[in-house]
Design a protein around this ligand. Structure first.
Ligand code: 13P
Length: 252
């Protein structure tokens, strides 16, 4: 049984005051909820990660939005933060290969794979993001694109415990547009099959595959009920505790 994961990606948002207030508000919700059948995760920007990890956060997981690609945990890599440093702050997860990093920073599948390996070796759970652009979908290539991204970005050391896949169609991110339930089902089934081919059925069947892209309280229940959808990666709606918690609560 795959435990659903409700994950917030704050992206480049929040200063100290509003970020800590948001993290505290989410942590209070998880503490009040007590034992939950789901996992709840927030991924604040690197500037706030240590501060957020230091807050009391029983029942709430914390992750980074990225880790360094560097082959070592320490050294001459100005501006980078290694997976070991992220783990040292108290984080549990790291997002890697978000489409904004692939697009704005030219991260290739090979780079994403290295980052995922670094995260896993540091004891973090890697959330590996994949997803097609609008043009690729229009050309009928969505399934091919995600298959290629999985082959190229998921490391051989990935297991159901240390790795999560997030399917985020690029055209659905921050646009208010979402794929149909049938499209989500088709892509998630294809991802499960690709993971089976790559890692074997045991690992693939245990690995969580999240959906991301314009998830809101109003569509969460429907999207999260689709076969092979094991949670959500949420951008905009994770910045408001009411919205983020409404999405989590839809799974309680
Ligand atoms: P939105 O929920 O704002 O569409 O962002 C999705 C996303 O990119 C999460 O990683």
């Amino acid at each position: 049984m795959r435990q659903k994961l409700i994950a917030g990606n704050w992206k480049m948002n929040c200063l100290k005051a509003d970020g800590l207030a948001l993290a505290k508000a989410v942590a209070e919700k998880t503490a009040t909820a007590g034992d939950m059948p789901i996992e709840v995760l927030i991924c604040p920007p690197m500037s706030l990660l240590g501060l957020v990890c230091d807050l009391p956060h029983a029942g709430l997981k914390i992750g980074s939005e990225d880790v360094a690609e560097a082959p070592k945990s320490f050294g001459a890599f100005t501006g980078d933060v290694s997976a070991e440093m992220v783990k040292d702050l108290g984080a549990d997860y790291a997002i890697v290969g978000h489409s904004e990093r692939r697009t704005l920073h030219g991260e290739t599948d090979a780079v994403v794979k290295t980052k995922a390996e670094n995260a896993i070796k540091a004891g973090l759970r890697a959330i590996i993001c994949i997803g097609e652009t609008e043009a690729e979908r229009d050309e009928g290539r969505a399934l091919d694109v995600v298959a290629t991204q999985i082959k190229g970005s998921v490391p051989a050391i990935a297991t159901a415990e240390n790795c999560v896949i997030a399917y985020e169609p690029v055209w659905a991110i921050g646009t208010g547009k979402t794929p149909t339930v049938a499209d989500v089902a088709e892509v998630h089934a294809a991802i499960r099959q690709e993971l089976t081919d790559l890692l074997g059925a045991d690992i693939a069947n245990g690995m969580r595959v999240l959906y991301g892209g314009s998830v809101k309280p109003s569509n969460a229940k429907e999207l999260l009920a689709v076969d092979n959808v094991d949670g959500a990666l949420i951008g905009g709606a994770s910045l408001k505790v009411e919205d983020f918690w409404a999405i989590a609560e839809s799974q309680l």
